[in-house]
Design a protein around this ligand. Sequence first.
Ligand code: TYD
Length: 135
Amino acid sequence: NFDKPSIINFDKIGSMQLGYITVAEETKNIPFDIKRVYWTYYTPQDVTRGGHAHKNLQQVIFAVSGSITFNVEDREGNKETFVLDSPEKGLYLSNLIWRDIQFSHSAVLLCLASELYTESDYIRDYQEFLNYRSK
Ligand code: TYD
C-alpha cells in the first residue's frame, strides 16, 4: 500500500458552548484495522523524536492537545511538513515514511496503528531507509 502522507479532517461534533467530540472508527474514517493505540506526552520542545520509518505499519496520528510538527519523507523521496495543530486533524502515514517529530509545550500525540509493536518493523537508520526503499 503506497499512499502519500495526508491530512484526514475528522468531524467535530458539538459546539463552542458544550465542547467537542471527534471519532475515529475502523472502516468509516480509518483506512486500516486498528490493532494498537499509544500516546506520547511531556516531550520537551527542544527534542526531536521519530527518526525512523516502518516496514509495514500504517498509522493515523493526532495532536489531541498542543501542536505537533512532522517532517516526513516518502519512499519516492518527496519531503513534506505537516503541522497537527487541532484535535480534529489526523495525519495518515503509510509504511515506508521517514519522520522527524517536534512538539509544542504540553503536546499530546495519539497514534492509531495497524499492527502490534515489533521492533523488527522499525527502520531506525536513515541510510538503511534509503537502501530499503530503492529495493
Ligand atoms: P519509538 O517508536 O521509537 O518512539 P518515537 O518515534 O516517539 O521517538 O518508541 C520509543 C520506545 O518505546 C522504544 O523503546 C520502543 C517503545 N515502544 C513500545 O514498547 N511499544 C510501542 O507500541 C511503541 C510505539 C514504542
